[in-house]
Design a binder for this molecule. Structure first.
Ligand SMILES: [Zn+2]
Length: 490
């Protein structure tokens, strides 16, 4: 009996697949157990073709290949390589079969191995299961090299495994993918109310959720579209996490550039498309925006059900999908940005005349629940009466420096986890350094403005980012005052 390992993924969770190959009594034939019928027929064909191509004929004995656990639906084709390797060992054509290796690969009809889909999620899963070495198709090796904790043994065909000393050879030194980090630059932004520019700079530097309310046509959306260019680059770990999620969702993300994603789901989106789920449990928009920006344009037009579904992930920074047998957790650490008009006609408190009654305005705003609105650290009310001559710009250097200060403050955390907007409250309070005067001032305001505890802490977090943008160690009264200004009454 020969045992060989591979794995399956349930969301991001790896499940060990044990492949057992043995001879049995009966008619000489190859029997596969534990795979769906459709795949078995194709797999048998391709495995024997690939072996024949390298001069290997299966012994005329009944050979049983069993993939366990049996109750798990295994729809992937990359078990063909480990099955073939098991057959080689069973026939004595491999002297040894080390147990710290994991195998992935699907054969083409010419016996070569095809590129592997989901390379990065699979390899990260293999690490979680304790594997140290992986044999995979050569065409996937470069992408695999992003996962640095595994020794990679790339092969083009099954023949290479039969070469003497294959398993004892050093892992191939694959040229690592060079990822580039954008240099600081000056970004042109729409000519918009300066308070919106300031709020955007704060949101980007400290990863704060941002709500922009204002009349149509003032440039709210085009302002927010500049965010991916303003955000600091991802850490290598964040980059890998993003690629993992995009790979699971069969979506493209640039592998060479350590930039942050931005997703803008349409307001007609369903709960499943936002949160994730579906037949094979795929990540939704909120996870595709992980370590980046989730932009909800025209937030009042989203269904209440959809908006309620993102409330918890906005606090937990992850979400769990429960399906009959499986529990799948996806990350959702992101800056949520929402934009909308102030009322149904759009012109409340603008230069044009608003036709809405106070009741209509109230009804319009009630489409977004209070608890959701409460989760935006920055809530900005823009006007259309601002005219400046110069076209404004933002220096990314300033924002990235403020971001770096936070990375040092909240070490050993890094990336978006180590920002004033996203770090845990306990960790934040421990290191916030708010001056006694500033605390006293906020305590007084909190009473007058009837701030709840959540709002109170949000003001502290935003004030901390404002102080970081000024490079100051301690939060002062002026920073608290500005943070209070960035909260309109919805
Ligand atoms: Zn109106």
């Amino acid at each position: 009996v020969v045992n060989i390992q591979s794995l399956s993924l349930c969301g991001l969770k790896p499940i060990l697949i044990d492949i057992e190959v043995s001879y049995s009594r009966g008619q000489p034939k190859l029997v596969l157990i534990g795979l769906p019928n459709r795949i078995i027929t194709e797999a048998k064909e391709r495995i024997s073709t690939a072996l024949q191509f390298h001069g290997v004929r299966l012994k005329s004995k009944k050979t049983v290949v069993n993939l366990a656990p049996a109750d798990l639906k295994k729809t992937e084709s990359y078990y063909e390589l480990p099955i073939a390797v098991g057959l080689l060992r069973l026939q004595g054509l491999l002297k040894e079969l080390p147990q710290d290796f994991v195998f992935f690969g699907e054969f083409s009809l010419t016996g070569e191995l095809k590129p592997l889909p989901n390379v990065i999620p699979l390899l990260r899963g293999a690490i979680k299961l304790g594997f140290k070495k992986v044999v995979l198709p050569a065409q996937s090796a470069v992408q695999a090299s992003l996962v640095t904790d595994l020794e990679i043994f790339p092969i083009r065909n099954i023949g290479q495994i039969m070469e003497p000393n294959f398993f004892n050879a050093a892992a191939k030194n694959i040229k690592f993918i060079a990822t580039t980090v954008l240099k600081p630059q000056t970004i042109s932004v729409p000519n918009i109310d300066p308070i919106a520019l300031r709020a955007l700079s704060i949101a980007v530097s400290g990863a704060h959720n941002l709500l922009l309310v204002g009349p149509p046509g003032v440039g709210k959306s085009s302002l927010i579209q500049t965010m991916p260019k303003l955000l600091p680059p991802t850490t290598p770990t964040e980059h890998l996490e993003i690629l993992t999620i995009y790979s699971l969702a069969n979506k493209f993300f640039p592998i060479h550039q350590r930039s942050r994603p931005m997703r803008s789901p349409h307001h007609s989106s369903s709960v499943v498309s936002l949160i994730g789920g579906g037949h094979n449990i795929q990540p939704g928009e909120i996870s595709l925006a992980h370590d980046g920006v989730l932009f909800l344009d025209e937030v009042t037009e989203f269904s209440r059900l959809v908006l309620d579904s993102i409330r918890e992930p906005m606090v937990e920074h992850k979400l769990t999908i429960n399906r009959s047998q499986n529990r799948v957790t996806f990350p959702a650490m992101n800056i949520v940005v929402a934009a909308c008009n102030p009322c149904r006609c759009g012109f409340h408190q603008s230069k044009q005349v608003c036709k809405c009654s106070p009741l209509q305005i109230q009804q319009y705003r009630n489409r977004v629940s209070g608890p959701l609105i409460d989760r935006f650290d920055l809530q900005i009310y823009l006007t259309d009466s601002v005219v400046t001559k110069n076209s404004p710009t933002i220096e990314t250097r300033d924002l990235h420096e403020a971001f770096l200060i936070q990375q040092t403050r909240f070490t050993p955390l890094s990336g978006m986890k180590a920002t004033n907007g996203k770090v845990s409250l306990a960790e934040f309070k421990l290191k916030a350094e708010i001056s006694p005067n500033a605390t006293k001032f906020l305590d007084e305001c909190a009473g007058k403005l009837r701030l709840n505890l959540r709002n109170y802490n949000q003001i502290c977090r935003v004030a901390r980012t404002i102080a970081d943008l000024s490079g100051l160690q301690e939060v002062q009264v002026e920073h608290i005052a500005e943070a209070l200004q960035h909260r309109c009454r919805w």
